[in-house]
Design a protein around this ligand. Sequence first.
Ligand code: C2E
Ligand code: MG
Ligand code: MG
Ligand code: MG
Length: 289
Amino acid sequence: AAKDGGRGRHHFYAADLHSDAEERRQLEADLREAVAIGGLELAYQPVVQTTTERITGFEALLRWTHPVHGPLSPTKFIPIAEDVGMITQIGEWALRTACMELAKWPESVRVAVNVSPLQFANPGLPAVVTQALANAQVSPDRLELEITESVFLNEDEGVEKMFAALKRIGVRLVLDDFGTGYSSLGYLQRAPFNKIKIDQSFVRGATQAGSPNGAIISSIVSLAEALGMETTAEGVETFDELDLIRHLGCSHVQGYIYDKPLTFAEASARLASGLTAIPSGPRSARATR
Ligand code: C2E
Ligand code: MG
Ligand code: MG
Ligand code: MG
């Protein structure tokens, strides 16, 4: 199209924009349909305690297999759900489903559910959480809510009130994707987090000589420990990364080195064969070079 000169080019862009909007509208309709017919699922990725290699819980991750396009990333369809106001319903479904499935697992296991900033801004959230727990009859301290720093961008007292209300229910609060936001350090004193998840962008490259990432992870760990919080390193893929994460003292690890997100059946089978996780993967990211 670039060879066509001015006119063709303009035409090309116009057509492209049109099809983007079209595709987007179609996805929106398909997502609505999927929600209506129960076409969403949760995948569960093990979270492993560094020192013992025990599975302490799972992160629940939304999965949608589109009838035409196949599996779609939540990074693609969650923003759509947020834009068109479907995230409240989808988020409530995720909370209820995760609690029901958690009820079938050993008491020592927790589940972590991601909460969109839009759900967090909804005063109805504590009631939804309470209901989901009561329905499934699971104890609140087995449920973790993963919240990103972006909830703090909403500068009103509603944020602190929401954290307090959730804390009163007895669920655990987790700060997700730590380090990717604006002034992360200040946020730590504004909410009673039990755990910080160190974003995988810090893990990536941390094993490379000269990278500052190890020092950054190390200071996040010290800070978390001083505040009585646990730390999960996200996105650990290689043995070198796992060794480093252990050395830096992160209390938990989550990543392909232990497991990719599993179906509920796979996760259940994994638990039935024991709570110990076994790492497998490449020694280093460059091993295949
Ligand atoms: P997140 O909460 O930070 O979830 C971690 C993401 O990292 C997941 O991607 C997971 O599959 C991926 N991951 C885990 N280990 C590794 C690894 O070793 N290497 C690599 N490359 N990736 C790894 P996923 O499932 O595609 O989810 C992406 C994001 O979508 C999540 O990031 C979260 O922000 C959002 N999301 C997923 N499920 C939900 C949900 O139920 N509600 C809301 N509001 N957001 C969700
Ligand atoms: Mg998360
Ligand atoms: Mg994360
Ligand atoms: Mg993320």
